[in-house]
Design a protein around this ligand. Structure first.
Ligand code: EPZ
Length: 417
């Protein structure tokens, strides 16, 4: 297992570029199961979760080649079984359910367990599929789904669910008749999936709103599609400029999709503006001061940026409150930040942060993807040296992060743990 050794206290300066979106690439790659033609996916990030997805697609019968941010797929003889040892390493594997059910009428997928941030149930996914005519049995920890054929339904989600919306969207595009997804997730990654499916002949309207309507078609094919940039990686880089008191030009930064994040960074005291070359982000002259954040479904403040913003709040001149409303256990970074001198108190799903003069480097442990990013940001700002252990969490969602940050002045070494 690797760790990152970070010498803190260096303001970052320079140009940094954003890779393709992990959370758009994952559902879009699973949607390759729906295609009757070979396909090339461009701007695919080089991440552990993408490697896992490609391994799973090959097991399911889709042939995949992955070379230099391009993934080429070819339809093959589909085998509708997603094994536990892959699913347990990546919960997003459950996104193969919709494509397999609508193409083959059956699917066996290991029930994804919880993870560090919460129980992560998939009841909304299953309820939607059942409304479309599927039935499920639980056999030895696997969800076994069967249906003669999926038919359109009017599905109302109990809460906006990104994965649930994506799974049902992929099922509906080849189902018979019309499907309506109400209280659907509005995240840009859901829109990117819908846009990809439309580029292959799907009939979808309303993506990006809470009401998506899909007319089933008989087949889907296309040639190529470019994955959108990763708004969470981009937000993490904007935060890195703020927490280190530096100035970064972030290229391929999806500005419009980061509106609430940018508003919050400006409330914290950052100056952020769009230029022809990218988004210019720097800490204001007055330094960072506290603000309050509540995570919500898009277009609200994204839960995937909560840990990163909290790291900034730790060194703000005044206090902040973070209200985590999406996941029940997404404060795993807090005890590690406290080890670095942060003053944070948790009460239920609320964290109160009192800013301190500076953080102090320490040995800390990553617990999940975005908590890892928070600890890297804290290490960049801290006085002294920080060792971030278990960074396999980080490698799931950030492409070569230490190379990208070192290119703008960071002092990070990857070492054996
Ligand atoms: C997606 O997870 C993202 N993952 C997560 O990013 C992100 O944090 C999350 O959406 C919220 O934006 C991918 O896109 C691969 P949800 P997902 O279904 O789809 C509850 C990262 O760091 N719920 O929108 O699993 C659920 O418990 C990852 O990149 C049910 O109760 O999230 C949660 O409280 C972490 N039943 C809420 O809904 C269900 O059937 C939102 O979950 C489904 C969800």
């Amino acid at each position: 297992m690797d760790k990152l050794i970070i010498e803190g206290g260096v303001p970052l300066n320079g140009t940094i570029s954003v890779s393709g979106s992990k959370n758009a690439a994952l559902p879009i790659l699973f949607a390759s199961i729906l295609l009757d033609s070979p396909f090339s996916f461009l701007n695919v990030p080089h991440l552990q979760d993408i490697t896992t997805t490609i391994r799973l697609l090959r097991l399911l019968g889709v042939s995949c080649e992955n070379e230099d941010h391009v993934v080429q797929t070819e339809p093959g003889h589909l085998v509708p079984e997603a094994p536990y040892d892959l699913v347990r390493t990546m919960r997003a594997s459950v996104l193969c359910l919709g494509p397999l059910l609508t193409r083959l009428g059956r699917a066996r997928v290991s029930l994804p367990g919880g993870c560090a941030i919460g129980a992560r149930p998939v009841d909304q996914h299953l309820k939607g599929f059942e409304q479309m005519g599927a039935r499920f049995d639980l056999e030895g920890g696997d969800i076994v789904g069967r249906c003669s054929s999926l038919r359109g339904a009017h599905i109302v989600f109990d809460m906006p669910t990104v994965g649930g919306t994506e799974n049902l969207l992929m099922a509906a595009v080849l189902a018979q008749g019309t499907t309506i997804l109400e209280n659907a997730a509005r995240e840009p990654e859901v829109v990117d999936l819908a846009n990809f499916l439309c580029a292959c002949g799907a009939k979808i309207q309303g993506q990006g709103t809470g009401m998506i309507t899909i007319e089933g078609v008989s087949s889907l094919e296309g040639e190529t599609y470019t994955i959108m940039p990763d708004r969470i990686e981009a937000g993490t880089f904007l935060a890195a400029a703020g927490i280190t008191g530096g100035k970064l030009l972030v290229q391929n930064c999806p500005f419009a999709e980061l509106e609430t994040v940018i508003n919050t960074l400006e409330q914290l005291g950052m100056d952020i503006r769009q230029t022809d070359e990218g988004v210019l982000a720097e800490c204001g002259k007055a330094g960072l001061h506290g603000t309050d954040v509540k995570t919500q479904p898009y277009p609200g403040f994204p839960t995937d940026m909560q840990a990163q913003i909290m790291a900034m709040m730790c060194i703000a001149k005044s206090s902040s409150i973070v209200d985590e409303r999406i996941f029940e256990n997404r404060f795993m970074h807090v005890p590690e930040l406290i080890r670095m001198g942060a003053q944070i108190k948790i009460s239920g799903h609320t964290a109160m942060i009192r800013g301190v003069e500076h953080l102090i480097g320490a040995q800390v442990m990553a617990s999940d993807l975005r908590a890892s990013a928070s600890l890297v940001l804290a290490g960049l700002a801290a006085h002294g040296t920080t060792h971030v252990r278990r960074i396999y969490h980080l490698d799931r969602g950030y492409e070569r992060i230490e190379k990208k940050l070192n290119a703008v002045g960071a002092r990070i070494i990857r070492a054996e743990q």
